[in-house]
Design a protein around this ligand. Structure first.
Ligand code: FAD
Ligand code: NAP
Length: 544
């Protein structure tokens, strides 16, 4: 829908964001008979998979699992082609969903929500867009994504650099040709590790500016095994239920033993077996990878050994060895040919561990006084994760404060679903929920379904307003940090800890108690009459 064609300015619900979360939410709101509308900043649906169309972009959850589970028909009719789906295939899937469920008529694209205000008297949210439109809604639901607010580092002279500049999270829609160019790339997280081998295929010269090496395991990606696909299609309900009953909401082969309870040979065989299978499952080799430093170090050293074997030049290999964090405490990466890329004669690793890029000038990045001449620079420098998009929304709550103003010491929420002072505002995969520590689609579905059920409850009881209670929120925020502090995750300078954004408070952003535990807690809250939430009724009830 064109922004100028909004036929009503008053909705029961407004959703922000057209990724997996927003689309499913819109569908569920419609089923409740609520007049709903969705605003999306991009000019297409898909969220992550719309924006991150850089070469090599790919999911690292098995394709049979990284999809919606809420429509048996959709599940049956969609055929995946690879073990791990590429960005373009996921984007096709999301567009198919938008068409199949006729979602587009209630979506306005190319429209960023830039402000919102709670109107206490009317008990409604007033929402403003970049183009100056205003709409009001009884319920406001953010589906703005944990990894949607991409960030460029603040490096002197970047604005003067005359070459092409790209960020993986804002990649252009038209193909980019790097043939014959001298290309720089900064960032060796999941995005960097995917894009680097692809850039190396085209560039005349590739400089990888690396600050922190990461752990990466092979994807061994390939065409999907038809028997595997058939097995899943035949048994979807059973497998989905099994996945929801795990801590990552993924059917993994979760290690059942501590590394320390195994003999050296058993450990070596187990790690090798998992390496040969590939994928993030490798991080679950032992049941204490994330809690026991010794076990973690055994797994870390195994990967370091693999890197040493894959990279010919021992000095380069040494520079690629991750030593500053425990494996998995920064998200483990999954790659296709990443380490051998450094054996190519035109690929050079520039180690920024001691000396950062001093500055850019018109044609080069300068490190330690040395010029690296560049025609293009690719930033794979990540996101202001989990809270960034919510803070940027500039939504003013009942107390006259925005999320940004309230969250100076770290985000506050009850179950990651609501924040005190923001009545009738739900945050899908909000801070303090498992979200990005899981198969995110499962976490999205759990939140959307919880919210939809809550709205049904409100309709039934003619409640018009819901608030999180301060005491429940305080307890939850404390619990989120307590659980995290029992793991190695809090020891890493990761985006999970807000460490990638200068000035961002260092708190653990998602909930690491496990998806199944979390979902059971949310259900328990419902069973106890929405414990920790307050409901109230205004004279005019929510339309049926
Ligand atoms: P998003 O897909 O991020 O969508 C949010 C949307 O909100 C965006 O389109 C954005 O433009 C819009 N928006 C934000 N602010 C505003 C505003 N103010 N006004 C209007 N619109 C706004 N997860 C996994 O589980 N497995 C994976 O393998 C995996 N791979 C990933 C690979 C990449 C490159 C990235 C970046 C993330 C990956 N993720 C993965 C996480 C991924 O973000 C989620 O799986 C999922 O796609 C999130 O969906 P979402 O709808 O919550 O958010
Ligand atoms: P990221 O993990 O935050 O990595 C950013 C990289 O940029 C890091 O290597 C970081 O180094 C570097 N960097 C940032 N600022 C820098 C500076 N000023 N100088 C030098 N280096 C700098 O971001 P991402 O790779 O985009 O991944 C984000 C998340 O998206 C992932 O963790 C994952 O959840 C998801 N993702 C998944 C996949 C997938 O395979 N499914 C693919 C892409 C993304 P430091 O570590 O030193 O800060």
């Amino acid at each position: 829908m064109n922004p100028s064609q909004l036929n009503s300015k008053h909705y029961d619900a407004v959703v922000i964001g057209a990724g997996f979360a927003g689309l499913y939410m819109l569908h569920r709101l419609r089923l409740l008979g609520l007049r709903s509308h969705l605003f999306e900043a991009g000019d297409g649906v898909g969220g992550t998979w719309y924006w991150n169309c850089y070469p090599g972009a790919r999911c690292d959850v098995d394709s049979m699992q990284y999809s919606y589970s809420w429509s048996p028909e959709l599940q049956k009719e969609w055929q995946w082609t690879e073990r791990y789906p590429a960005q373009a295939e996921i984007l096709r899937y999301i567009n198919h969903v938008a068409d199949r469920f006729e979602l587009r008529r209630d979506i306005t694209l190319s429209t960023r929500v830039t402000a919102g205000q709670w109107q206490a008297e009317q008990e409604r949210w007033l929402v403003r867009t970049e183009q100056g439109q205003e709409v009001s809604a009884q319920f406001l639901i953010t589906a703005t994504g944990c990894l949607s607010e991409s960030r460029l580092p603040d490096i002197e002279g970047l604005d003067r650099f005359k070459g092409q500049v790209y960020h993986t999270g804002r990649w252009p829609k038209a193909p980019v040709d790097f043939s014959g160019l001298r290309v720089g790339v900064m960032g060796t997280g999941s995005s960097g590790i995917q894009v680097i081998p692809q850039l190396a295929k085209q560039a005349k010269q590739l400089y990888v500016f690396q600050r922190t090496p990461n752990f990466s395991v092979p994807a061994w990606n390939g065409p999907i095994d038809p028997n595997h696909q058939k097995d899943w299609l035949d048994n979807y309900p059973k497998y989905r239920a099994m996945a929801r009953n795990t801590r990552s909401a993924i059917m993994y082969d979760y290690g059942k033993q501590s590394a320390l309870d195994m003999s050296e040979q058993e450990r070596a065989e187990e790690m090798e077996r998992r390496w040969q299978k590939g994928g993030t499952n490798f991080a679950h080799s032992f049941n204490d990878t994330f809690t026991n430093r010794q076990s973690n170090e055994l797994l870390s050293e195994f990967v370091r050994g693999k890197i040493r074997k894959m990279v010919n030049d021992p000095t380069v290999a040494e520079d690629l060895l991750p030593r500053d964090h425990a494996i998995g405490t920064k998200r483990i990466c999954v790659d296709t040919g990443y380490y051998p890329t450094y054996n190519l004669p035109h690929v050079k690793l520039v180690n920024l561990r001691q000396t950062p890029i001093e500055r850019f000038d018109e044609g080069a990045a300068i490190v330690n006084g040395q010029r690296h001449e560049l025609d293009a620079m690719v930033f794979a420098t990540g996101f202001d994760a989990v809270t960034g998009a919510l803070e940027r929304l500039n939504i003013v709550g009942e107390h006259g404060k925005t999320f940004k103003q309230l969250w100076k010491a770290g985000p506050t929420s009850y179950l990651g679903l609501m924040t005190v002072g923001f009545p009738n505002l739900f945050t899908i995969t909000g801070p303090g929920s498992p979200s990005i520590l899981t198969n995110v689609i499962v976490s999205i579905e759990q939140h959307v379904e919880w919210i939809a059920n809550c709205l049904t409850f409100m309709q039934k009881h003619s409640h018009t307003r819901i608030d999180a209670q301060q005491i429940a929120q305080d307890r939850w925020v404390k619990h989120v940090q307590e659980v995290a502090s029992g793991t190695l995750f809090v020891t890493a300078n990761s985006w999970y800890m807000g460490a990638n954004i200068p000035g961002k408070p260092r708190v653990f952003l998602p909930y690491i108690g496990g998806f199944s535990t979390y979902a059971a807690m949310c259900e328990d809250v419902v069973q106890k009459g929405y414990e920790g939430f307050d409901f109230s009724r205004k004279s005019q009830a929510l339309s049926p």
